[in-house]
Write a new protein. Structure first.
Length: 276
């Protein structure tokens, strides 16, 4: 899937330029982060727990303000519009949607009521209906369960619903935070396949945050690696898949292609070549 789209000549839909993020005015979390998300492509941001991936997404979507965080340096643009400092609802109206980690569906509402709630930025009722039909065309399982309360959906169906709800605002850019979390491998593959189709057919631009590096690099066109609030490596996804550091640390493979032992992986964490 990933790496097939030629993205070098495509427009930049989301540009993060040298940003720093501070919490409570003193805690520096992101340090000079720059990321470029191209039109009709999937860009993945890899890194371990605490690397700063989710904070990066919150800085983009405007959610930081509610968590006593702020972008203190650098700029963020959707197309030619600068958005750092904007509130989340204003960023949404400019064409950005975020799918949060943990799915966060409205469990007391039905599947279709969840989707309708996601279309709140559309004032035309017929446009909302068209968006719902679009979601159902990509996620037919949601159509089958449209009258079912979302709290009774499976984890995979809730993830589909969370993505579908984000699509209801007809975004140009979608931020996906750990969509594979807690899901069976077959469901993860199905969901990532649908996301890939959405990017190709609807010309969406996706920034995908994932700890499942194998799946993320399989579907992505370009990737970034984050450590301790900094970007330490970037490149085309197929080149990252072949990078010896990525293979050892994120894919858990040794030079011969076999699985590394826990002891070897733990040792490797202390000697990552890009931080030396």
């Amino acid at each position: 899937m990933g790496g097939r789209r030629e993205i070098a000549a495509r427009l930049s839909m989301l540009t993060i330029n040298n940003i720093e993020v501070v919490y409570d005015r003193v805690i520096l979390v992101l340090k000079g982060v720059s990321i470029d998300v191209r039109e009709g492509a999937i860009t993945t941001l890899l890194g371990g727990n605490g690397a700063g991936k989710t904070t990066t997404l919150k800085a983009i979507s405007g959610v930081l303000h509610s968590e006593r965080g702020q972008v203190t340096k650098g700029t963020i643009h959707i197309g030619d519009r600068r958005i750092d400092g904007m509130r989340a609802h204003d960023v949404t109206r400019l064409g950005l949607a975020q799918v949060f980690e943990g799915r966060r569906v409205f469990e007391h509402l039905t599947t279709e009521e969840n989707l309708t709630a996601g279309g709140h930025v559309q004032k035309d009722g017929s446009a909302v209906r068209q968006s719902i039909d679009l979601v159902y065309s990509y996620f037919p399982r949601l159509k089958e369960r449209r009258h079912q309360h979302s709290g009774y959906l499976s984890g995979g169906e809730q993830q589909m619903l969370a993505i579908g709800r984000a699509l209801m605002s007809r975004p140009r850019v979608v931020l996906l935070d750990e969509p594979s979390l807690g899901l069976a491998p077959m469901l993860v593959e199905e969901i990532f396949g649908i996301v890939d189709r959405l990017v190709r057919q609807e010309k969406l631009s996706v920034l995908l945050v994932e700890q499942n590096a194998t799946m993320a690099l399989a579907v992505a066109d370009h990737g970034y690696v984050m450590e301790n609030g900094r970007i330490v490596l970037e490149g085309p996804a197929d080149k990252l898949r072949d990078n010896s550091d990525i293979k050892e640390f994120y894919l858990g493979l040794n030079e011969g292609g076999g699985r590394k032992s826990y002891r070897d992986t733990k040792h490797y964490k202390r000697r990552k070549r890009w931080l030396s």
